[in-house]
Design a protein. Structure first.
Length: 206
């Protein structure tokens, strides 16, 4: 019985994602994960957005749950490495590419953005196809994140994720703050202040 109890214990961090500011959000997660046993899973309830999952994982969380991938699909939004793609936008009407050319899911292999654009405005099948893709995206993100930890490449995973999401280097300040506490150097992903642009370029050219 004692062994069974030991087996099922994990810790839930709840009450977040209720509208608090992001700096409070990550600080509470960091405070909780620092105090919890390292050999038990930590589950952050109701999280979340892909960025939140990457940040919380850096802070030591293991598990998540969220309606976001399917709910945002019902609003016509697809999750992609660069952020989100709004399939209702009129520019999608003539876009013959898949949602995400790098995605191996059934939807991206068989349907164009233009076709899904037509559906999302008038047929539930549009939401279903987007939900399928978005869940596939989240599963791939989770698998890649997991493998990067197993292979000792997690900091590089975080950097490539942030580079794709914030190609201009405009990584939110709360993410920078959280990564500093997590001990992950993301300075290469963040744009410098304009006045120091030359110093920055020289530093990375060296
Ligand atoms: Zn896909």
């Amino acid at each position: 019985m004692a062994d069974l109890m030991n087996f099922v214990i994990c810790y839930a961090i709840g009450g977040l994602s209720g509208g608090e500011d992001k700096d409070s959000f990550w600080r509470i997660v960091a405070q909780c994960t620092a105090a919890l046993p390292e050999d038990k899973p930590r589950y952050v309830m109701g999280v979340g957005y892909p960025l939140d999952i990457v940040v919380c994982s850096a802070l030591g969380a293991d598990m998540y749950d969220c309606v976001y991938p399917t709910r945002t699909a019902r609003f016509g939004t697809a999750l992609v490495p660069e952020g989100v793609l709004k399939l209702k936008h009129k520019a999608m009407a003539s876009d013959e590419r898949p949602i995400d050319p790098t995605c191996p899911c059934m939807v991206c292999k068989n349907y164009t953005r233009a076709y899904i654009h037509c559906l999302v405005t008038k047929d539930a099948m549009g939401s279903q196809l987007l939900s399928y893709h978005n869940l596939s995206y989240m599963m791939r993100l989770s698998k890649d994140l997991h493998m990067s930890i197993v292979e000792g490449q997690f900091p590089e995973f975080v950097r490539s994720f942030l580079r794709a999401q914030f190609p201009k280097g405009d990584v939110p300040e709360w993410v920078c703050n959280a990564m500093e506490v997590a001990g992950i150097d993301i300075s290469a992903c963040c744009a410098p202040f304009p006045s120091s642009m030359n110093d920055f370029a020289e530093e990375f050219a060296a």
